[in-house]
Design a protein. Structure first.
Length: 122
């Protein structure tokens, strides 16, 4: 069930980014700038995203590798659908993981520009 929730969160993050655009969400430049910091913090063991980063890297390597040509050679539609699903997952996982990292980096608070206002409910 945990894997399904993570997969669903990745697709949900991608869908929100596609629908909302860059309105109130974190901009792509902020996400791209956060990626090297996220990798460094993960490799140093300060951030717990190393497993997810390795999965994203493995999925990217699969799509870019010659091994991925095999499904296209035998099952053209299945092979292309397979690539589309994996690329969509990669994009959603990157969006989800950068959101999570930026929140971790800000000490558990939502990053600036997300439309979340700190406060208390009375």
């Amino acid at each position: 069930m945990g894997r399904t929730l993570r997969r669903t969160a990745a697709f949900t993050a991608l869908w929100k980014a596609l629908i909302k655009g860059s309105g109130s969400d974190i901009g792509m430049t902020d996400r791209l700038a956060a990626m090297p910091r996220m990798m460094y913090a993960s490799l140093r063991g300060r951030y717990d995203g190393l497993g997810r980063i390795m999965l994203i890297t493995a999925a990217t390597a699969y799509v870019a590798s010659p091994v991925d040509v095999v499904p296209e050679a035998f099952f053209l539609l299945f092979g292309l659908a397979d690539d589309m699903i994996i690329i969509t997952w990669i994009a959603g996982a990157l969006l989800s993981e950068t959101d999570r990292f930026l929140m971790w980096e800000n000490g558990g608070k939502a990053p600036v520009g997300t439309g979340v206002i700190d406060g208390e409910v009375a």
